[in-house]
Design a protein around this ligand. Structure first.
Ligand code: HEC
Ligand code: HEC
Length: 169
């Protein structure tokens, strides 16, 4: 009898282990998709409107507070718009997303304030075997152009099954 209980105990312990490694409290695979028209308009004209759940809050704050030096561009926004977009990004950042990818991003960026998503350890590692020439293809041009390859980004999906790399033309 005792052996039976010991056996069941091990089985249950093992099962709970599986669940806890699978993700936190019902965490989702996909990033949440939130829309803010001002953000799409003001921040989605030169590049795609980066899903806010791809960076921690402090990265968005640093970016929004440094728009006069935005990757070589000078961006000016009316104070009201600036506040709206800054608030939107802060409230929808990786910390606020119930998604596995966002948690990995948070874990990998502790103590740093990244502004390049592709430089975040986990993301960088996942692109190890995509070579430099591929990123330079006409339809891609930049590592930051996530949506050139990640077809289902609008649904918040960044998984390898949904990747389609545009051919070199
Ligand atoms: C005038 C054009 C322009 C506008 C408008 C603009 N950006 Fe950018 N942004 C850039 C350029 C150029 C880069 C560098 C892109 C690259 O390396 O491919 C960049 C890069 C970024 C990146 C880094 C992506 C990465 O992982 O490398 C983020 C995040 C970003 N912008 C957010 C914003 C936000 C937020 C706004 C609105 C306040 C905004 N951008 C508006 C030109 C712009
Ligand atoms: C040149 C095309 C390309 C670009 C640009 C690109 N990716 Fe990827 N990405 C891939 C490929 C290919 C994989 C699959 C890697 C593998 O097989 O493990 C991948 C994998 C990933 C994964 C891991 C998926 C999984 O199933 O574990 C994430 C997350 C991701 N990319 C996010 C991004 C983000 C965010 C950006 C922009 C900052 C980006 N990618 C830019 C091609 C690209």
């Amino acid at each position: 009898m005792n052996k039976y209980f010991l056996f069941m105990g091990i089985v249950l312990f093992g099962l709970s282990g599986c669940f806890s490694f699978g993700g936190y409290k019902g965490e989702k695979e996909n990033l949440p998709v939130t829309i803010n028209q001002a953000y799409v308009k003001e921040c989605g004209s030169c590049h795609w409107d980066y899903n806010p759940a791809l960076l921690p809050t402090r990265s968005w704050v640093a970016m929004m507070d440094g728009l006069e030096k935005h990757f070589g561009e000078l961006i000016t926004l009316e104070p009201k718009l600036h506040r709206e977009i800054r608030d939107y990004l802060m409230l929808n950042s990786a910390e606020h997303a119930n998604a596995e990818l966002s948690r990995k991003i948070i874990n990998d960026t502790q103590g740093t304030t990244p502004t390049r998503i592709i430089e975040i350890n986990y993301i960088k590692r996942r692109h190890h075997h995509v070579d430099e020439q591929t990123f330079k293809r006409k339809k891609i041009r930049s590592r930051a152009n996530c949506t050139a390859c990640h077809q289902s980004y609008k649904e918040g999906v960044f998984e390898e099954d949904d990747v389609k790399i545009p051919p070199a033309s």
